[in-house]
Design a protein around this ligand. Structure first.
Ligand code: DGY
Length: 295
């Protein structure tokens, strides 16, 4: 068991994995072929305690007949809650206003002070990735009277349609939404999904929220559109090269930054851990995994 702070080195991981029959990993650990080889031929499962599993080399696991699982379904609401919090915080400039009164004892009320965007004034939320978390985000948005557009390579499911979510292609969602929230997995195809070109397609003054994976966004390009005013704000829980944050972003008042906490609800983190353990138990008992990936 790794008891250190932050991400262990690959050397620590290989050392800790030696002889393991099961590895329970988090987003902090990169489980590559060398870690699996350090565990040795007895390794049966990598149970990733996260819904995203881009930190696990699936091909290497397949080659070694090692099962991989993740923790979908138990963190949808917690993650969408934080995404919605970031949406509210950026649209209504909550963190910026908090910082202002802490640093300006002479602050005053004024009719145009900290004017932000009303979420419920005919505002459209664009959801990129309409899985379970995207659906919870849509539920929150509709409760705030927002219109919801969604892009997903798969057709919308019945409950999303019933909620009033309208499917569109990525370009249409980006160009028609006042806020974009990302809820898709990180794959070679989605890396830098939000880049110079796609960020430029977003509505003037829109906001971007990312609680999915940092590398979905080209942070240098995001910094440029925030500085130019093309986007009015961004709420980021994840970063391209965690825990490093693109330096320019830290300096911008219209960016809200969180340390990858979207699933950090007390109940949720417990449920994630139990599901990861359950996957290990099923594997060792020779039963089908509750939540396998890539098999
Ligand atoms: C996930 O589940 O993928 C989160 O990012 C980690 O908590």
């Amino acid at each position: 068991m790794y008891g250190g702070r932050g991400a262990p080195s690959q050397e620590d991981l290989r050392h800790g994995a030696t002889g393991a029959i099961a590895i329970i990993s988090t987003v902090n650990e990169t489980i590559d072929s060398a870690v699996m080889d350090a565990a040795g031929p007895g390794l049966r499962i990598v149970a990733n305690c996260a819904v995203g599993y881009d930190n696990v080399d699936l091909a290497a696991a397949n080659e070694r007949d090692v099962l991989v699982s993740n923790t979908p379904g138990v963190l949808d609401k917690a993650t969408a809650d934080v995404a919605f919090g970031l949406l509210l915080a950026t649209a209504r400039r909550i963190v910026e206003a908090d910082h202002h009164i802490r640093t300006h004892p002479d602050w005053h009320w004024g009719p145009r002070e900290f004017l932000g965007r009303d979420l419920s004034a005919g505002t459209t939320l664009g959801i990129v990735g309409m899985g379970r978390i995207g659906f919870e985000m849509a539920r929150s948005a509709t409760a705030f009277d927002m219109r919801v557009l969604a892009y997903d390579p798969r057709p919308l499911d019945r409950r999303s349609v019933d909620l009033g979510v309208v499917a569109a292609d990525l370009e249409t969602v980006l160009a028609s939404s006042d806020a974009i929230t990302l809820h898709c997995p990180l794959t070679p195809q989605t890396r830098h999904l939000m880049n110079e070109r796609t960020l430029a397609l977003m509505k003037q003054g829109a906001v971007l929220v990312n609680t999915a994976r940092g590398p979905l966004v080209d942070e240098a390009a995001l910094h440029r559109v925030l500085v130019s005013g093309q986007l009015s704000g961004a709420g980021l829980d994840v970063f391209e090269d965690e825990p490093r944050i693109y330096p320019g972003l830290v300096e911008l008042a219209n960016v809200v930054l969180l340390p990858h906490i979207a699933s950090a609800g007390d109940h949720t983190r417990g449920a994630m851990a139990l599901l990861a353990i359950d996957n290990v138990r099923h594997c060792l008992e020779g039963r089908p995994l509750p939540t396998p990936v890539g098999c």
